[in-house]
Write a protein that binds this ligand. Structure first.
Ligand SMILES: Nc1nc2c(c(=O)[nH]1)N[C@H]1C(S)=C(S)[C@@H](COP(=O)(O)O)O[C@H]1N2
Ligand SMILES: [Mo]
Length: 445
């Protein structure tokens, strides 16, 4: 028997629930605790039968009475032509931060990272960031124009684009303002609010390089492209031509279906590794030019205010970062014993090489298990075993990418950047576990 099996074996004597969440999710608690038992007894039918017997023996007799759904007809097929999550999971929602913005059309809703598994964000839970509200655009009326330094400017319909050779790739998108409220001090209670402007999807579309080649891009003079959306926000972004010709995708697909309206239906730019603002939604135009455009969203927003009062511009790449999602702020550990500490790591420069986890505020570190395949500019799920002894603990994760970059402590970041920034906070996140099991957001120096 491995150490882990022994630990879980001991857990069988422990009370039922070991994890609850401030915002509910009781159903999940019970399910996990059952899976722990099944795992301890070994896989397979014989194993689960033994686990069930043990459960009944321990005084839980739920298994002994047949519920109604074992004795009646269920729902017919296609009762929901587009399937929905179980009503028991209705607590898992995108949430907005009341009062964060003056109007809900120029605002954010956050991904509930604390309730997700693996690396893919379900489309209905993908965070939203709109500068002027979202639209459900008629795809037959939508057009994409490519102009500027090209031999032949062209206008594409969606049908034109979907006939071209396509790619499907998994990438993360993170708003440059993610974790922005935490620069000066601890601000928000849960991982949904501290890190939830983050998502990861399989995007399908045509490489921008394919389109630029079709139009005959002037490779001698072209230095930058400008991407423009069809909403009313005049949100335009400059992208260096090397990047535009590398892995940028003009995408219509997200996780196997068309983009959702909130995420740019019918067309959005996917700029792997770069902050979300450059992932222009409702994409209608790409212009090829020689200079950066210095648009409003490149001069007064999405810039870094440095300690000397100067603004740093065009820091577009989302540097290596990670966060523990379970357990995380707002959750409560109901008993000491074994926990699978789990989280996400990502880097705009490439692949995650290693994630270290500390349970004592950064004094000691152990390397976590990375779930493979570890993909380029995508979220990577990590897991590590932890036995909580019921005393104070501070949980942290520190990611390292394949360029050798190490995720910094907040103190290191502040030493260079000061405390008045909003964007590009990729500091190590700390979650404090109190002896009563409550998990809260803290900063340790
Ligand atoms: N046309 C348009 N594109 C846009 C925006 C917008 O308001 N309008 N917001 C940008 C910002 S700041 C981010 S972080 C991402 C958010 O993408 P999502 O809403 O799909 O999560 O879209 C970017 N693209
Ligand atoms: Mo953003």
């Amino acid at each position: 028997m491995t150490d882990l099996a022994r630990i879980i074996g001991r857990l069988l004597q422990a009370p039922e629930n070991f994890l609850s969440e401030a915002h509910g999710a009781q159903a999940r608690t019970a399910r996990r605790s059952f899976m722990g038992k099944a795992l301890a007894m070994g896989a397979g039918v014989a194993g689960s039968a033994a686990a069930l017997a043990q459960s009944a023996a321990a005084g839980d007799d739920a298994i002994l009475s047949l519920p109604d759904h074992s004795k009646t007809l269920g729902q017919p097929v296609a009762a929901q032509p587009y399937g929905l999550p179980s009503k028991w999971e209705s607590n898992l929602q995108r949430r907005e931060s009341p009062g964060l913005t003056r109007v809900r059309q120029a605002s954010v809703s956050f991904t509930p990272l604390q309730g997700l598994f693996g690396i893919i964000t379900p489309n209905g839970l993908h965070f939203e960031r709109h500068h002027q509200g979202w639209h459900d655009i008629d795809p037959s009326k939508h057009r994409l124009m490519i102009n500027g330094l090209v031999r032949e400017p062209r206008v594409f319909t969606l049908d034109d684009l979907m006939r071209l050779p396509s790619v499907s790739r998994i990438h993360f998108i993170e708003c440059g303002a993610n974790t922005g409220a935490e620069w000066a001090n601890v601000a928000l209670p849960t991982v949904q609010y501290t890190h939830g402007m983050l998502a990861c999807s399989e995007f399908t579309g045509v490489l921008l390089s394919t389109l630029l080649d079709l139009c005959g891009i002037d490779r001698k003079r072209a230095r930058y492209v400008l991407a423009e959306g069809a909403d009313g926000s005049s949100m335009t972004r400059t992208i260096a031509v090397e990047r535009a010709l590398d892995d940028v995708i003009v995408a219509w697909g997200q996780n196997g279906e068309m983009l959702r309206p909130e995420n740019g239906y019918p067309l959005r730019l996917v700029v792997p590794g770069v902050q979300g603002v450059s992932w222009v939604k409702y994409l209608r135009r790409i212009e090829v030019g020689e200079q950066p455009w210095d648009t409003k969203d490149e001069t007064i927003h999405y810039i870094d205010l440095m300690p000397d009062g100067l603004h740093r511009q065009y820091t577009s790449v989302q540097e290596c970062k990670s966060v523990i999602t379970t357990p995380s702020g707002g959750q409560t550990l109901l008993d000491r014993g074994y926990y699978n500490v789990s989280g996400l790591a990502w880097s705009g420069r490439g692949r995650i090489k290693r994630v270290d986890v500390s349970v004592d505020g950064g004094r000691n570190w152990r390397s976590a298990r990375l779930e493979g395949p570890v993909q380029n500019k995508a979220l990577t799920r990590f897991n590590i075993d932890w036995v909580w002894d019921g005393t104070d603990a501070v949980l942290q994760s520190r990611a390292i990418d394949d360029s050798g970059y190490v995720q910094p402590a907040i103190r290191q970041l502040r030493a260079v950047r000061g405390t008045r920034s909003i964007y590009h906070n990729n500091a190590i996140q700390s979650w404090k576990v109190a002896p009563n099991g409550e998990v809260s957001n803290v900063q340790v120096s």
